[in-house]
Design a protein around this ligand. Structure first.
Ligand SMILES: O=C(O)CCC(=O)C(=O)O
Ligand SMILES: [Fe+2]
Length: 286
């Protein structure tokens, strides 16, 4: 099937950009992430992340230090409080199947996959803007990740719901922080409908792994509205579902998307390494 040539930004610093959905997700060819980026490449990759919300690089061969160096092209790195520090690369956060089970044990309840559409560090007043994730050990089968276009999720809401959500705040409660890192954090509220400060798009932004509650309405209304948001996130047409294979690096705009790790890999081990990129206070849009 021919796709309109205009959807491929081949002019960008020699990169070939292949979208996986019309508005979210694109594979990028033509760059070796183990090497320092030129200014031109850095700008082209940043533009692609803003446009496609999540981009994927295949056939890469990088270690933790190279992953950190790549991420540092796009802002200061942020060390998550639950990161188990490796002295050499303190920003590298291992996400592993074994860790999931330990994490659940610590929480004392099972993390329900159906409720786990989330953005990273939304419990911060200024959430991290981006993340770079690479595979370290993949299961023999499954282990996909889904990214949701949170702008399209907003755009395709019925008008009546848009109006009900407008101006409302939702909580982001970093519940496990105390158990996992020894630090307490305040419960933060962000607008449900946020304006992305770089693209100007309106974004539907709820973190379903952090006990969301809409402020200023009855609990029943909060639950009903959040159910509608979750319904939007689950629509296949707003999602890019991505299959990992060895040598993959994903880089996403955390302000424009939410994501979901699909637990369809049985007892196979799975390990990914993630690096978060901090943002400026400007975008908080509180
Ligand atoms: O394990 C995955 O596929 C994604 C995990 C995740 O939520 C993250 O890296 O922020
Ligand atoms: Fe995440």
């Amino acid at each position: 099937m021919a796709t309109s040539a205009s959807t491929f930004d081949t002019a960008n610093a020699g990169l070939v950009i292949r979208p996986v959905q019309p508005t979210i997700g694109a594979e990028i060819e033509g760059v070796d992430l183990s090497k320092p980026l030129t200014d031109e490449l850095r700008a082209a990759i940043r533009a692609a992340v803003l446009k496609w919300k999540v981009v994927f690089f295949r056939d890469q061969s990088i270690d933790d230090a190279q992953q950190a160096a790549f991420a540092a092209n796009f802002g200061p790195l942020y060390t998550h409080p639950t990161t188990q520090h490796d002295a050499a690369n303190k920003e590298v956060h291992a996400i592993a199947a074994k860790h999931d089970r330990e994490y659940e044990k610590k929480l004392g309840y099972k993390v329900k996959p159906g409720e786990a559409y989330h953005s990273d560090t939304s419990w911060r007043l200024v959430p991290t803007w981006g993340a770079v994730l690479r595979d370290v050990n993949l299961p023999e089968v499954g282990g996909d990740t889904i990214w949701v276009d949170a702008a399209l999720a907003y755009e395709t809401l019925p008008e009546e719901l848009k109006q009900r959500l407008e101006g409302k705040h939702v909580t982001h409660n970093f519940v496990p922080a105390l158990e996992l890192s020894g630090h307490e954090y305040p419960i933060v509220a962000h607008k449900i409908v946020r304006t992305h400060r770089e693209t100007g798009q309106k974004i539907l932004w709820v973190n379903f792994s952090q006990q969301p509650q809409i402020l200023g309405v009855e609990l029943s209304e909060s639950r009903e509205l959040l159910e509608e948001v979750l319904r939007q996130y689950k629509r296949p047409d707003v999602q890019a579902r991505f299959s990992w294979r060895p040598g993959t690096v994903a880089f996403w705009d955390n302000r424009a998307s939410v994501h979901f790790a699909v637990r369809n890999y049985g007892d196979f081990p799975r390990e990914l390494h993630r690096i978060l990129i901090a943002d400026e206070p400007l975008w908080t849009d509180l």
